[in-house]
Design a protein around this ligand. Structure first.
Ligand code: HEM
Length: 134
């Protein structure tokens, strides 16, 4: 990975390959977690993997393919159909942090991404532990 001055965060962490590897690893974790997996509507996790990858690439300064294909992110609205309880948030984060571990990024970049995931996942909690909407 040879970062150049003026590179976006996306480029600095390795661009498309990095996000592809991150999201792939994350969904391997989701696939093996029946409680979290039950939230995902489609039998094939491949399309969900592509949506999350495009979103993260865009968020971190890469191509804006996500918005071209899906429109404005409006993440909280897009999660209203899924009961994001504190437990589901914890599961989601566990798989994402394990996927981050597998990347072995430079410390500042690693910390910035973990911080984003922690804040965004907290913001998406929309149900209490029993699944009742908040
Ligand atoms: C950093 C936190 C998160 C981010 C950035 C994120 C991002 C996304 C994105 C971009 C989509 C696709 C939306 C679309 O275009 O239709 C999505 C879908 C989804 N998310 Fe999240 N999410 C986060 C946290 C969570 C959490 C904590 C849960 C539940 C525990 C969750 C469950 C789901 C489910 C079930 C879907 C539907 C899968 C699909 O078909 O795309 N997400 N999320």
């Amino acid at each position: 990975m040879t970062a150049q001055p003026g590179d976006s965060f996306y480029d600095q962490v390795g661009g498309h390959e990095t996000f592809e590897a991150l999201v792939h690893k994350f969904y391997e974790g989701v696939a093996q977690d029946p409680t979290l997996r039950a939230l995902y509507p489609e039998e094939d996790l491949g399309p969900a993997e592509g949506r999350l990858r495009m979103f993260l690439e865009q968020y971190f300064g890469g191509p804006n393919t996500y918005s071209q294909q899906r429109g404005h992110p409006r993440l909280r609205m897009r999660h209203v159909h899924y009961a994001v309880t504190p437990d589901q948030r914890d599961r989601w984060m566990r798989h994402m942090l394990a996927a981050m571990d597998s990347l072995d990024l430079p410390e500042a970049h690693d910390a910035a991404m973990r911080d984003y995931f922690t804040r965004a996942a907290d913001m998406l909690i929309n149900a209490d532990e029993e699944g009742n909407p908040l």
